[in-house]
Design a protein around this ligand. Structure first.
Ligand SMILES: [Mn+2]
Length: 320
């Protein structure tokens, strides 16, 4: 463990793989520098990791324990500077340092501002266009908010300043200001589907078309979901997405696009209320399983073969 890092429990109660063999690398980023309403996102990553210990490793869809097969390596939690601009730079640098082409990078937040740092870091090492898909109640398209351009309320505006962000696709939006409504009307790189579009299922064909064959970065602000499902968040907004709609979107993206990295942000755990933490941990696990579904099938086959050949060798030995 290096300086500026805090020891953390791993995601899932499973054997810890060698990082070079893990298909997922998780980076906990407890950013809480510009939170404007309910606080507590600094404890988000730890709450997700703790709750993940209660998850069943077995996944009905795949009829196996996917996380054990593909392996999840959890990195130590970052220790961040309190100044938002410095925190963003630290996150960008750490992302560039830990990114590997051979693994899916997942960032556990932390407030939404961190997404800009992660995307910046990714672009610095990959240098290829990226489509950002954002599940959120909010557009986060203000230019500045509460005197900082690095607020969670501005994260999408900051990303638009990166020329390699080819488009930002937002789903579940239901709360915005006049300034943001104007950006939506004039900025061709942003496409927002409001919450009624998701509930009426009128986004799918265009979403598929827009992400097909593209490298995507998925940012999941947990307030995109309904606060009856995940109340532990800083700015809860009614009429959000259901759990099933979230999974549906993950599946569409998994079928059409190449996921480079993802984050899950804005969980602000409340003591004594563990349901939100658990729901978010489950969302993260299912997101990983859906995106790694080809790999899971492949690993399942080879683990069956290993099992068969071991039995075969044993059988031969018994005969001799
Ligand atoms: Mn939000």
């Amino acid at each position: 463990m290096g300086p500026g890092q805090i020891e953390t429990p791993p995601f899932l109660e499973a054997p810890q793989p060698d990082p070079s063999k893990a298909a997922v690398h998780l980076l906990p980023v407890p950013m809480e520098a510009t939170v404007s309403y309910g606080g507590g996102t600094a404890l988000g990553p730890r709450a997700i990791l703790d709750a993940s210990f209660q998850l069943e490793l077995y996944d009905r869809e795949f009829d196996c324990e996917p996380g054990v097969l593909y392996g999840v390596h959890t990195m130590p939690e970052m220790e961040l500077p309190t100044n938002p601009a410095e925190a963003i730079e630290a996150i960008a640098a750490r992302t560039a340092e830990v990114y590997s082409e051979n693994a899916l990078l997942g960032v556990l937040g932390g407030e939404h501002s961190l997404t800009y740092g992660v995307v910046k870091g990714l672009l610095s090492v990959r240098n290829k266009p990226l489509t950002v898909v954002q599940l959120d109640a909010h557009c986060d398209l203000r230019d500045t908010y509460e005197d900082t351009p690095f607020s969670h309320a501005c994260v999408s505006s900051r990303m638009l300043e990166l020329p390699q962000v080819e488009q930002i696709l937002q789903l579940g939006i239901r709360s915005l200001c006049t300034e943001e409504a104007n950006v939506l009307k004039t900025e061709p790189r942003v496409r927002a589907w409001f919450t009624e579009d998701v509930h009426n299922d009128v986004f799918e064909a265009e979403l598929r078309e827009r992400v097909r064959g593209r490298d995507i970065y998925l940012t999941v602000d947990v307030d995109g979901f309904d606060p009856t499902l995940i109340p532990s968040t800083g700015t809860p907004e009614p009429w959000g997405m259901t759990y099933a709609q979230g999974e549906r979107i993950f599946r569409i993206l998994a079928e059409e696009a190449n996921l480079v990295a993802f984050d899950c942000v804005e969980l602000a755990p409340v003591e004594g209320h563990h349901a939100s933490d658990f729901v978010v941990a489950k969302l993260v696990y299912r997101l990983m399983n859906l995106f790694l579904r080809d790999k899971i099938q492949e690993l399942k086959k080879s683990s069956d073969n290993t099992y068969l050949s071991q039995n075969h060798i044993q059988g031969t030995e018994e005969q001799s």
